[in-house]
Design a protein around this ligand. Structure first.
Ligand code: SAM
Ligand code: SF4
Length: 332
């Protein structure tokens, strides 16, 4: 059996596919107000190219595929892509990371097509803050999307929030309360230096330690550790009088990196393979694909890229350089 093993013994089994670099929001920590230089239709992989590459990855040992972006729900044939991935043998686990806009109308169709899980980004429940943070007045659409996903059978819905000082940090306990009440799994994410505006600074970044301190003002959190290869540190959440309320997670990619256990690969919307979010190099799969490469040749290119996967992201190393591609153009 083929496996994608790197020089540090890690085996890549999880693939994130960015379906598009475009987005319906302009989150201040991710994109500039005017958007980015979008990929053209020719630059973007077509559906059949996405599906062909995904199959090559699955045949090489990938067992879970997450569709992301940009905003994957802006991709007109998302449901059809999910159906094609779900028909693979072996069938990979299929998930979606989305800002939730448009999910209300498509959640049921996505489940029918074979979607297993969803992560929806909800940074705040305050409409004014939401509009300031995302530069769009769309909170009701997002919340309708989360509710529809749960109703369609994608429970437990995971909800992601990037916490930003002077914006939504103080709302963390309220976000957790809302998630616990609805049975969603809340995960708080440290902001990483992948923003388009290059405004990230270590001093301004909200650390996991700080997030846990803010949550501890209202809850008793007991660490569970990492589950499987997931980057989130899980916590059981208890009320002050000892009632177990559920769980939450903190993704501390900057201050508590989990690179040693990383099993991820990323395929960008223009067909570039990235073995790390912070890689300075990519492997072009689009050109060989369009030049008629066989599955065996594509597998060889992927295996070579994985073999050279860097040990860690190196954000804390002297000489760290932010990659040119931003989070939305890589696929978060
Ligand atoms: N548009 C979809 C969404 O927002 O969920 C999918 C793509 S988005 C890039 C995936 C996740 O990355 C979101 O949860 C978002 O909050 C997070 N994100 C974006 N920029 C980030 C950054 N610089 N550091 C950490 N997380 C970031
Ligand atoms: Fe769009 Fe997601 Fe980036 Fe927000 S975080 S701008 S929703 S890609």
């Amino acid at each position: 059996m083929i496996e994608l093993r790197d020089a540090f013994g890690r085996i890549a089994t999880d693939l994130r596919i960015s379906l598009t670099d475009r987005c319906s929001l302009r989150c201040t920590y991710c994109m500039p107000a005017e958007g980015l230089q979008w990929l053209t239709k020719t630059q973007r992989l077509a559906d059949d190219e996405i599906v062909r590459l995904a199959k090559v990855f699955v045949d090489a040992g990938v067992r879970s595929i997450r569709l992301t972006g940009g905003e994957p729900l802006t991709h007109p044939t998302l449901v059809d892509i999910v159906a094609q991935l779900a028909a693979f043998e072996p069938r990979p686990e299929l998930s979606l990371t989305t800002n939730g806009i448009g999910l209300a109308g498509r959640a049921a169709a996505l489940v029918e097509a074979g979607l297993d899980r969803v992560n929806v980004s909800v940074d705040t429940l305050d409409p004014e803050k939401f509009t300031a943070l995302t530069r769009r007045n769309r909170l009701p659409d997002v919340l309708a999307g989360v509710a529809a996903a749960a109703a369609a059978g994608l429970a437990p819905v995971k909800v992601n929030a990037v916490l930003v000082r002077d914006s939504n940090l103080d709302e963390a306990p309220a976000l957790l309360a809302w998630a616990l009440e609805h049975g969603y799994q809340m995960r708080f994410i440290e902001h990483m230096p992948l923003d388009a505006d290059h405004t990230w600074t270590r001093e301004e970044m909200v650390t996991a330690e700080e997030i846990l301190r803010v949550l501890a003002s209202q809850y008793d959190l007991r660490p569970v550790g990492h589950i499987d290869h997931a980057p989130a540190e899980e916590f059981e959440v208890f009320s002050r009088d000892g009632e177990r309320l559920g769980t939450t997670g903190v993704i501390a990619s900057v201050t508590r990196p989990f690179c040693r256990e990383c099993d991820r690969l990323r395929l960008t919307a223009d067909g570039q393979l990235r073995t790390c979010l912070f890689a300075q190099t990519e492997t072009d799969l689009r050109a060989p694909l369009r030049d008629g490469a066989t599955d065996a040749e594509l597998t060889e290119l992927i295996a070579t890229a994985v073999a050279g996967k860097q040990a860690g992201h190196g954000i804390s190393s002297i000489g760290f350089v932010q990659p040119t591609r931003t989070m939305s153009a890589i696929g978060g």
